[in-house]
Design a protein around this ligand. Structure first.
Ligand SMILES: *[C@@H]1O[C@H](CO)[C@@H](O)[C@H](O)[C@H]1NC(C)=O
Ligand SMILES: *[C@@H]1O[C@H](CO)[C@@H](O)[C@H](O)[C@H]1NC(C)=O
Ligand SMILES: *[C@@H]1O[C@H](CO)[C@@H](O)[C@H](O)[C@H]1NC(C)=O
Ligand SMILES: *[C@@H]1O[C@H](CO)[C@@H](O)[C@H](O)[C@H]1NC(C)=O
Length: 578
């Protein structure tokens, strides 16, 4: 994808240095590792290699280590897909998904991944990953956007001379306005600073010509490619020129020059926007080293994206188009604004259990649109003042200056996750938040239950049991067994002469009508023994109904009571006199 072509840095891991940012930080010696897949490791944060994700990942890392109290390591990945793969236990630069989850996962969180990365094809990948499939924690509060932006110089000049804001597409309508007066024009940009269309857009995107023609019917914007297909028609093979300024060479030279980069990033929709809104624009793709310098020099209209820091000092603002139209875009009509893209946060599966406060912090992390631009601006200003400012320095400065922004992300110590419950200073389970200082894992016999905004470990009721840690519910005792006490870890079978004919019982029913005769009652079962088909009666514990009730050997059933066997008769315990 376009954003990642800029940087090609190999993936690597960086152990966070023992720097401290915040007062009252959890001391290094008291920080914890997380145990996932059976190994105890620091929390791994998979960052991307562009500034905004690095800044946000560092901010998160400082909070996880200094406020929540875990050891932290950073990884630097090339793009959103790599970041997400690392959370599933995939190795760097893997060739196939079969290489994943062969060793324990070492990366646990990733922030600001572009939503376009996870296309429908990933559903199958996630299914294949099964229990290792990462968890999408949603947006971090700001979105991604790409398209036409305008930088400060051109904007300010237009406003100073005409009072008009060039951030609105309608102020570019060539019938009325002359935006080119305040913007860079085609004639201002040396031909050798931009690529030809044959080596850029028409080579890499031969389909754009047909797509443009189909949408607009504008024959002046395309030409025959010579082999039966069509391509975009470029003036001097460098500039694609919108109808609003393509009358003659003089006209073209005065078009507002919009410079993009890469393989003609954004051209397919920007040329249509110019067509539909009668904007006097011409588009070219800079040779890659020139994209930044041309646009910083002229500070005019360009293709850009946010969040990104490249033009924050030039106060880049997106050109405002009519709101995004899903149906038009589906039909290939790009008159409205491009869609804003979500930027997702991810967690490795299982982190909500093994590091719930770090997980809560990642879930709560919410940086607003203006916060993210201010953060990038802060970093750009720091770099301008002192070329040595590191990402960590800016992240730390932002944290110190914006305590209110992040305080609410840090989960309260007494907001317990599923599987945990409130504990007091001594670690005893308590039912009221006022008495609690922390959360503890619910032991066997207890279930983690919702109590307002938090959870408590409540003992299983009589008749119910729980034999594992971190359970969120108790299980009813099965037929034939009971739990008489609250907080039972197991159920015990009813003893001889008693039964439990319902699940979830706290006492067993006794066989027989009269308690005093209980010694004469048992619970038994007829079993076949021997090849001759003969049977015998054996006594059983854990009887599940009154049908098992029988008089003990030597007695027989008469009028609902067990009577002593009559002399000479045989009473084998089948209730019968034989
Ligand atoms: C934490 O993880 C690191 C790296 O795996 C390891 O060297 C260290 O011993 C672990 N610390 C604890 C307390 O397990
Ligand atoms: C014409 O050439 C372009 C690029 O040179 C190519 O992409 C396209 O497929 C060709 N069209 C046909 C019909 O061969
Ligand atoms: C540009 O302005 C003219 C004159 O008011 C108007 O007729 C035309 O519809 C406008 N063009 C667009 C694309 O809005
Ligand atoms: C279980 O046994 C008791 C005592 O014999 C009887 O009252 C009750 O109806 C039985 N319940 C069921 C569900 O069979």
């Amino acid at each position: 994808m376009w954003i990642f072509i800029f940087f090609l840095v190999a993936s690597h891991v960086e152990q966070s240095a023992a720097r401290q940012c915040l007062d009252h930080a959890v001391p290094e010696g008291q920080r914890l590792n997380v145990t996932l897949d059976g190994v105890s490791v620091p929390i791994g944060i998979a960052s991307g290699n562009w500034n905004s994700v690095e800044l946000v990942s560092k901010i998160f890392g400082i909070l996880v280590s200094e406020v929540v109290g875990y050891h932290v390591v950073d990884g630097l990945e090339q793009g959103s897909a790599e970041m997400i793969y690392r959370l599933s236990g995939c190795p760097p630069s893997m060739q196939s998904i079969n290489e994943c989850w062969k060793s324990p996962r070492r990366f646990h969180f990733a922030l600001e991944t572009w939503e376009d990365t996870v296309t429908a094809a990933w559903d199958a990948t996630f299914r294949e990953m099964g229990q290792f499939a990462p968890v999408n924690l949603g947006s971090g509060g700001y979105a991604g956007y790409d398209g036409m932006y305008i930088l400060e110089r051109a904007r300010a000049e237009s406003q100073a001379h005409t009072g008009m804001l060039l951030t609105y597409y309608s102020n570019f309508n060539a019938t009325w306005f002359h935006p080119e007066t305040y913007c860079a024009q085609v004639q201002h940009i040396l031909a050798e600073r931009v690529l030809t269309c044959s080596e850029a857009v028409n080579l890499l995107h031969p389909e754009y010509g047909q797509e443009y023609l189909d949408a607009t019917g504008d024959l002046g914007g395309i030409e025959d490619a010579g082999n039966g297909s069509i391509r975009l028609k470029c003036w001097k093979d460098r500039w694609w020129v919108a109808p609003a300024c393509r009358n003659n060479d003089v006209d073209v030279e005065r078009c507002v020059a919009v410079v993009t980069s890469g393989a003609g990033w954004g051209l397919h929709f920007m040329i249509q926007q110019a067509f539909w809104h009668n904007m006097p624009l011409a588009f070219a793709t800079a040779i890659s080293e020139q994209y930044i310098s041309i646009n910083r020099e002229f500070q005019s209209v360009l293709y850009w994206w946010t969040p990104d820091e490249t033009f924050v000092l030039q106060k880049g603002m997106p050109l405002v188009f009519p709101p995004h139209s899903v149906s038009e875009y589906k039909a290939g009509i790009y008159a409205s604004a491009p869609r804003r893209r979500s930027l997702f946060k991810w967690s490795a599966a299982g982190m909500d259990i093994v590091a719930d406060r770090a997980y809560g912090l990642a879930s709560n992390l919410n940086i607003g649109e203006s916060d993210i631009s201010n953060l990038l601006l802060l970093h750009a200003q720091n770099l301008q003042d002192d070329g040595a400012t590191e990402i960590w320095d800016t992240a730390c400065q932002w944290l110190k200056e914006n305590t209110n922004a992040w305080k609410s992300w840090v989960p309260d110590q007494t907001v317990c996750a599923v599987g945990k419950g409130l504990v007091d200073l001594q670690g005893n389970f308590v039912m009221q938040r006022e008495q609690a200082v922390n959360c503890g894992v619910c032991p066997p016999g207890f279930a983690s239950q919702k109590e307002g905004a938090t959870r408590v470990c409540s003992p299983c009721e009589p008749g119910f049991y729980q034999n594992s840690f971190r359970a969120s519910s108790c299980t009813a005792c099965e037929l034939g067994s009971i739990a008489s006490e609250p907080g039972s870890e197991t159920c015990r079978p009813c003893s001889l002469g008693s039964f439990a004919n319902r699940t979830g019982q706290s006492t067993c029913h006794r066989c027989g009508a009269k308690e005093t005769e209980s010694a004469q009652w048992t619970t038994s079962l007829e079993v076949n023994s021997g090849s001759d088909g003969s049977s015998r009666w054996i006594q059983v514990q854990g009887a599940s109904s009154a049908d098992y009730c029988a008089c003990v050997q030597g007695t027989f059933l008469f009028e609902d009571r067990c009577k002593a066997c009559t002399e000479g008769a045989n009473c084998p315990g089948s209730n019968q006199l034989e």
